[in-house]
Design a protein around this ligand. Structure first.
Ligand code: AHR
Length: 322
């Protein structure tokens, strides 16, 4: 693949600090071969994730990219195995949506030694050496948590007791959304998080956890803060089955802005959802093409996300793409 040559030149020109830049591969010599990209996805835990997978698959098909997709089934070891198999297949670039933040350095080093650029997508990683990946493309999860908490501070109407449904433990999305919300809430001492448990970003688990919380705390629960819409939608089912009205008896604040949740905001069953745009396909492949052509790219690229509540949800619905 010609682009690999340009990437190698970029390495030699030290545009990127990258080791193992001298390798030439069959793909590098074949100008007609399609770009080969390996994509290590977290799994299929939510509607957001499905939209994210579809975005990368559809855009790859549009561009004639040979996308090698691996579903990590919510296990980091599966993702690491997938990355190793992409290295063995000598792909031109690797995209990882990391399930958890830590534990990536060894496999990132293997990719670097094989001269394969890695893009970290959606969730960030904690690494000793940021040169192990070429770019991060995602949302600012801390900002999302802050937006949710600030909305609540302005609209709680005297309600103060919060239960939190956390995302996958160890994920950047859960860690940052949790911290941002706690930091913002700390400025409003009237609020109290009375319970906080993981629902793993899954609708069924959101429902189960909410059922248990309703049993434990009963009428004390006044607000649900869910780290994603799937868990919020599961919680709503539990609340309705308990004979309460979500959005009124219990305020629901959530993150993702999938179409079903924006509809629930328009219907008054969710009070607010903060967008987390999953449609990374075009940006991911633009970035890979730039990297392989030896062009510099920004190290960290963040989406601009919006917030939907009763004031704008209905108007936004027709143009929601996920
Ligand atoms: O990492 C992004 C999060 O992962 C989304 O908010 C959630 O729905 C998904 O599963």
């Amino acid at each position: 693949m010609k682009l690999r040559f340009a990437f190698l030149s970029a390495c030699l020109a030290a545009i990127f600090v990258w080791t193992g830049c001298s390798k030439s591969t069959p793909a590098a010599d074949d100008a007609t071969a399609p770009l080969k990209v390996g994509f290590a996805q977290t799994g299929a835990e939510s509607a957001w994730r499905t939209a994210n997978t579809n975005s990368l698959r559809n855009e790859a098909a549009k561009r004639g990219i040979d996308l090698k997709f691996a579903d990590g089934q919510s296990k980091q070891e599966n993702q690491i195995r997938a990355v190793r198999s992409f290295i063995a297949q000598d792909v031109d670039a690797i995209v990882i949506a990391p399930i958890v933040e830590t534990g990536w350095d060894p496999v990132l080093r293997e990719a670097q030694r094989a001269n394969i650029p890695v893009i970290i997508m959606d969730r960030s990683v904690q690494t000793e050496d940021e040169s192990l990946y070429v770019a991060f493309i995602g949302s600012d999860f801390y900002e999302e948590g802050r937006m949710a908490a600030d909305w609540l501070a302005a609209h709680a109407g005297g309600r103060t007791k919060i239960v939190e449904l956390q995302g996958e433990p160890g994920s950047a999305a859960a860690n940052e959304r949790r911290k941002a919300f706690a930091d913002a809430i700390a400025k409003h001492p009237e609020f109290k998080i009375i319970d906080s448990q993981t629902g793993n970003f899954r609708r069924a688990e959101g429902k189960t956890v909410m059922e248990a919380m309703l049993k434990t705390h009963g009428n004390d629960i006044e607000i649900v803060y869910a780290h994603n819409d799937d868990m919020a939608l599961g919680a709503i089912q539990a609340i309705e089955e308990a004979g309460k009205t979500p959005g009124k008896d219990i305020l629901i604040v959530s993150i993702d802005a999938i179409k079903e949740a924006v509809q629930a905001v328009a219907d008054g069953r969710i009070n607010c959802t903060v967008e987390c745009n999953p449609l990374f396909g075009p940006k991911i492949y633009d970035t890979i093409e730039q990297v392989l052509a030896g062009q510099p790219v920004e190290k960290k690229m963040y989406n601009q996300d919006e917030l939907f509540d009763a004031t704008n949800a209905a108007a936004a619905l027709p143009s929601r793409q996920y």
